[in-house]
Design a protein. Structure first.
Length: 150
């Protein structure tokens, strides 16, 4: 019983939960290359970048390729329109000029969310193993008075 329970808990904790946390200001801090970020575009920025990312796109998420005083280049993995229509990308590079970015949020590991998920998953696994006996062996149920042989 211990091995499946341990493997299940380890799987949940490895998957983990992540959240996006805002950077103090786009002008003050630029994330390092390799950082996973989510950029919210200004309305004017969405219009200016429509030829690159598509019409009405307000959210661009991806990994930072480079960042400097003029803007940030992302290997895009996800976009979302103002109508909340999402689309996955395969790492295409898009440069977002600084003036077109309303806010940047950095992806961070969520300790609380992961602990909650792990606790719920662990409790569920423990309850399941307790319910089925945790041995993995099939049991046969026989009616009273029968010998169990056919």
């Amino acid at each position: 019983m211990r091995l499946p329970l341990t493997v299940g808990l380890a799987g949940c904790l490895l998957a983990g939960c992540y959240t996006y946390r805002p950077l103090p200001a786009v002008d003050a801090v630029m994330p390092a290359p390799g950082t996973q970020v989510e950029a919210r575009l200004t309305t004017a920025g969405a219009a200016a970048l429509a030829w690159q990312v598509g019409p009405d796109v307000l959210l661009v998420a991806g990994q930072v390729v480079s960042a400097d005083s003029s803007g940030v280049t992302l290997a895009v993995n996800h976009i979302e329109t103002a109508r909340r229509i999402s689309s996955d990308w395969k790492g295409e590079h898009v440069t977002l000029p600084r003036e077109d970015v309303a806010s940047l949020r950095v992806r961070r590991f969520s300790i609380g969310g992961t602990a909650l998920l792990g606790g719920l998953a662990g409790g569920g696994l423990a309850a399941t193993f307790a319910l089925i006996g945790g041995t993995g062996a099939a049991s046969s149920i026989t009616s009273p008075g029968s010998s169990g042989h056919q």
